[in-house]
Design a protein around this ligand. Sequence first.
Ligand SMILES: NC(=O)C1=CN([C@@H]2O[C@H](COP(=O)(O)OP(=O)(O)OC[C@H]3O[C@@H](n4cnc5c(N)ncnc54)[C@H](OP(=O)(O)O)[C@@H]3O)[C@@H](O)[C@H]2O)C=CC1
Ligand SMILES: O=CC(=O)O
Length: 328
Amino acid sequence: MESHEAVKRPRVLVTRQTPGESLQRLREVCEVEVWPETMPPSREELCRLVKGRHGLLTMLSDRIDGEMMEIAGDQLAVISNYAVGFNNIDVDAAKTRGIAVGNTPDVLTDATADLAVALLFAASRHVLPAGNQVREGEWKTWEPTGWLGVEPAGKTLGIVGMGRIGRATARRLVGGWGMNLLYTSRSDQAEVEKELGGRRVELDTLLAESDFVSVHVALTDETRNLIDAEAISKMKSTSVLVNTARGEIVDQDALVEALENRSIFGAGLDVTTPEPLSAEHPLVKSAHCVILPHIGSATHTSRNAMAEIAVDNLIAGLSGRPLRCSVT
Ligand SMILES: NC(=O)C1=CN([C@@H]2O[C@H](COP(=O)(O)OP(=O)(O)OC[C@H]3O[C@@H](n4cnc5c(N)ncnc54)[C@H](OP(=O)(O)O)[C@@H]3O)[C@@H](O)[C@H]2O)C=CC1
Ligand SMILES: O=CC(=O)O
């Protein structure tokens, strides 16, 4: 039986078209099949496609669990996720099978932090509903009390999860708008405090004292539903919640209620559960919520750089070398 040793022309599945030229490099050393559709392969299609592959280049919409690895077969050596988040992959199952898992950190940090800031402003200043009023020909006159929003300058920013994107978001808002910084983190962040002057606090304190809360933790069993009804109830009525991390971290029913009751001012989400949310979902219909279609890393620069890392990871894993960016 073939196993993890390097093979001459490994068989690789790429589950969506990626931008740029990086797949060319892969084609030089592998037999590459690229899923050609805009919509991701269904679970059934994926089960069929992974069989006999040595490497997988996957997207966050592909659930790669132990069963999928089993179906792929013993020769599977590397799973390269085209994302920094890897909650779609059962990393423990991969470890048990000796399969390397890679991701694409850093190169999307600035783009995602920019989008977190964009969402913060969009939700604070009614950018989408106000713009729609103009588009729909409903704008009648300048109103002294129309579309009143909230301002971040000099207020308190709460960063939930001071990782790469959390820190980049804080950098923008502390440096650019003079915000005061509170943050949560499991690890010591002396460097961040030296640079940005923030204070590490418990989540409850952060929620109660922040005017703007931006979520940047990875999705894990511990962070699923971290921002639940109780957490939201601690937030100020004038506060704005931004989530560019993963939808499952925020309890959406609780968020709907908070927005309907005006117990928080607004929300800006790049991620939801599920994705996409139905157009009928109350969050999509809410005038106080801005929802984007998971476009945090969607710049030419970031997505091209992600593709380069994802291909580097695959090629390294297929030849038994350490990955450029390994999740373990
Ligand atoms: N909207 C989009 O398009 C994008 C979304 N993302 C999302 O953003 C997330 C963050 O990315 P990035 O900043 O690069 O990742 P990092 O790994 O740098 O940061 C993740 C943070 O999550 C924290 N964390 C991890 N596990 C736990 C846990 N069990 N409990 C509490 N905190 C935890 C870490 O805390 P600690 O330091 O204490 O370990 C760290 O601060 C990604 O995981 C992804 O889900 C990323 C890119 C684009
Ligand atoms: O959500 C995107 C990612 O890279 O993670």
